[in-house]
Structures are given as C-alpha cells and as structure tokens.
Design a protein around this ligand. Structure first.
Ligand code: TRP
Length: 426
C-alpha cells in the first residue's frame, strides 16, 4: 500500500496543517505494510509564486517541519519534487492523452476565470498554462509511483478524480495496466481546527497560529488573540462550540479535555485558560521546535536527507518511466539488419542480455534472431537494470511480438522453477 501526498512550497505551515495533515500522516506512516511518500511540490509552487527566495525558503521550512514533527525518513520517503525531473516527462505523456474539456472543469482554473470576469477582464487573462495544466502535473506526481491512497483536503478531491481519469485513458490508449487508479482519502480530522476568529484556520483568512516560525513568543501572541466571549473571571463559561476548546482538544488527553470543561464552567478566566493552552501546545511542540531550529541552521543536513529521498524515489520512478517510454514509442529502433517481418517468422528463441556499454551504463537487451525487440535505457547501477527487466518481463506488452517473447520467457522461468522443486509441484 503506497500512500502519497505533496505540499506546495509557497508559505510556512500553521497549527492547522500540523493537526489536520502532518500529525495524522506521520502516525499513518508508522503503520505496518504502508509505504509513505511525502514531497515538497516546488514545481507546483512556480504556478503561484515567482519569488525564487520564497520557493527555496518555503521548501526548507516545510521539509524541516516534517522531520522535526517526527517523520522517520529511513522508513518514509521525503523528497523534493523537482529533484525528479522525470515527473515533467510523465506530465508531458499524460498531457498528450488528456482532454482539454476535462481541464476546463478544474475548480482552480474556473475560480481564476470567475475572478477575471468579475473584475471586468478577459476570462483567461489571469490564467497561465501552468495553472491550467496543474491537475496533470499532480496526476504525474501520483502515477509516477503508482500510489494507491492520497490523503488530501476536500478541495483536492477533484484533482485525484482527474488523476484516475488520466491514468485510465493512458492505460487504455497503450493497452496495458501501467498505472493503478489512485483513491483520495479525506480524513474527518482534516481541516477541523479553527483559527483565531473561529473560522477554519487558513492562510487566506489570515487567522493562523504559526507552527514553529517565531518561536514560543509568536505562539503566545497568537493564542492571546483567539476570540472568546466577554465573561469575566469567576463567571461560568460554556466551552462547547468555542474555538478555544477545539484548540485545547487537539492537544489534550480525554481526562484533560474533561478537566478544562469543568474549570471553565466553574469560572476559570479566559486569560488563565489561554496560558494553560499555550503550555499544553508547547509540551508537544517545544521539543519539535528545537529540532526544527537545529535543521534550519544546518541546511546541509537537510539537503542530504532530501537528496537521499530523491534517490530512493528515483529507483522506483525510473523503471516505470522506462516502460512508458517504450510503450509510447520513445525508444530506439528495434530492427537490426533483417526486416521485422522476416525476423518474426524466424523460430529463434528470445534472448535476454544484460551488459555494460562503453558509456559505463548498464543495459538490458531482448532479441529474437536478428530482431532487437527491446532495449532498456542506460542505468547507472546494474541493479536498476535488473529491476527494469523484472518489471518489464512481468507485465503485458502492447507490441504483440514483444509480448509473445515475454510470455515465452515467463513460461521458461516457470518450467525452471517447477524442475527445481518437483515435490512442491507433485
Ligand atoms: N496540489 C496540492 C495542494 O495544493 C499539493 C500537491 C501537489 C499534491 N501534488 C500532489 C497533493 C500530489 C497530493 C498528491 O495541496
């Protein structure tokens, strides 16, 4: 089970992101049998932000936040989207099977059109091609790793549906199940945290409590601004439904939740209650903030973690992309000398060879008689070439000549395996 999610790197994170997305995602990444992918969506950032320093700083802050919040980077994959330009190549392949009419229906695009029309401008005046194609880049993020489950906020569900459609269309155009169809996972927990004014905590409402930026002082200052009623110290207060108690609940045990309700009803002052809330949040976030600050002061450590994540992500992405290039026809010519028709007639068995070329890279070649059926891309590691071959051999192939050869080889493997363990077969 592969679970994947991306965070656009245009700003810093707030308490709502932590409670709604980061904390549950880290908990989920610890589950047995789950392979988690988290990435900084910095290609996506270019759609909304043309300030290079902001894109860079935001990426570092977001990466540091995930690590400080307890993500196990040995287990989960944490990487930066732009460290894998493969995603752009896949975006292009997907773009070529995506109907424009479907993209016309994307919420983000329609919102930009509505805003322009309301301002009396041309409908498309605010729309770059980046914004328009945004859902395809997002589909590529997901499909490049064949992720199954995508935890997202409600506003992103449409994008996951589009990713499914695009995947389906590619599969049917090229005649094989290259992609699994991803599912959106919308957690009830997500987006529940209220902001300072009681509405959902969101940068666009300017009502956020910063997560680590600004330290304890800015946490204190933000909590002081949480709206309450004007009951005085000593007057009983009804906690249910207040922004205050929801913030409290997000960081409190069941006993602590009950105790706070009791104290407020008994007349606890809002000021005192808020001090307790700051202490309560800081009990969880304080140690994380220290780690966050340490990472922000050591960009080299952070970059090394991200580089390692990108390497692991690439080992998964490369063999799939190689198969896709092959499938769409971005491949070397298969003919060696004799015409294809002649060669297919030949009864020579298919032959697989893995070898190292003078360019130092590893290749796998599938031939039959004079015919070259497949040639892999060059891989830096022999193991990567091996993985490519394993994945290629296991899957159906759009070209009947290649598919027949692969079937023949699989049958050989099975016969060999059966010969090795006669009793298991009896
Ligand atoms: N578009 C998402 C957002 O703004 C971020 C994102 C980019 C993403 N690629 C993704 C989320 C892939 C999930 C899967 O929130």
């Amino acid at each position: 089970m592969r679970v994947l999610t991306g965070i656009t790197t245009t700003g810093t994170l707030h308490l709502g992101n932590y409670v709604g997305a980061i904390r549950p995602a880290i908990a989920a990444s610890k589950q047995e049998g789950v392979e988690s992918f988290f990435f900084m969506a910095d290609y996506h950032a270019l759609i909304k932000c043309d300030d290079p320093d902001r894109v860079e700083a935001s990426r570092m802050q977001i990466a540091a936040t995930w690590i400080a919040a307890g993500l196990d980077v040995e287990r989960a994959l944490l990487y930066r989207q732009s460290d894998l330009p493969e995603v752009c190549e896949l975006t292009w392949m997907l773009t070529c099977v995506t109907a424009k009419g479907q993209m016309n229906r994307a919420h983000a695009y329609k919102a930009a059109v509505d805003a322009a029309v309301a301002a009396g401008e041309e409908p498309d005046s605010q729309v770059t091609m980046g914004l328009f194609s945004y859902p395809i880049l997002m589909a590529a993020d997901i499909l490049l790793y064949n992720a199954h489950r995508i935890p997202v906020g409600k506003d992103q569900v449409q994008h996951i549906e589009m990713a499914r459609d695009v995947a389906q269309r590619f599969n049917s155009t090229y005649g094989a199940d290259f992609f699994v169809l991803p599912e959106a996972q919308v957690d009830a927990e997500m987006e529940l945290l209220p902001g300072l004014d009681g509405r959902k905590m969101s940068k666009s409402y300017d009502n956020v409590v910063p997560l680590f930026e600004g330290g304890l002082a800015s946490l204190q200052a933000a909590i002081a601004k949480v709206v309450t009623d004007s009951r005085l110290p000593g007057e009983p207060k009804e906690p249910e439904g207040t922004a205050f108690i929801q913030l409290w609940d997000a960081f409190a045990s069941p006993d602590e939740r009950a105790a706070m309700r009791f104290d407020l009803r008994a007349g606890l002052a809002w000021g005192e209650a808020k001090q307790r809330l700051v202490a309560q949040i800081d009990r969880e976030l304080g140690p994380m903030r220290a780690r966050y600050e340490q990472l922000m002061e050591n960009p080299d450590e952070l970059e090394a973690i991200l580089a390692r994540g990108a390497e692991r992500a690439r080992a998964i992405a490369r063999p799939l992309l190689a198969r896709l290039r092959e499938a769409v026809g971005l491949r070397r010519s298969r003919l060696l000398g004799a015409s294809k028709a002649e060669a297919v007639k030949s009864s020579a068995p298919p032959l697989v060879k893995q070898y190292r070329e003078s360019d130092g890279l590893f290749y796998v070649k599938l031939t039959q008689g004079e015919l070259q059926l497949l040639l892999s891309p060059g891989f830096a590691q022999g193991r990567e070439a091996g993985d490519w071959w394993k994945a290629t051999k296991a899957a159906p192939h759009a070209d009947p000549a290649v598919d027949a050869a692969l079937q023949w080889l699989r049958a050989q493997d099975e016969a060999k395996a059966a010969a090795k363990s006669p009793q298991a077969n009896a």
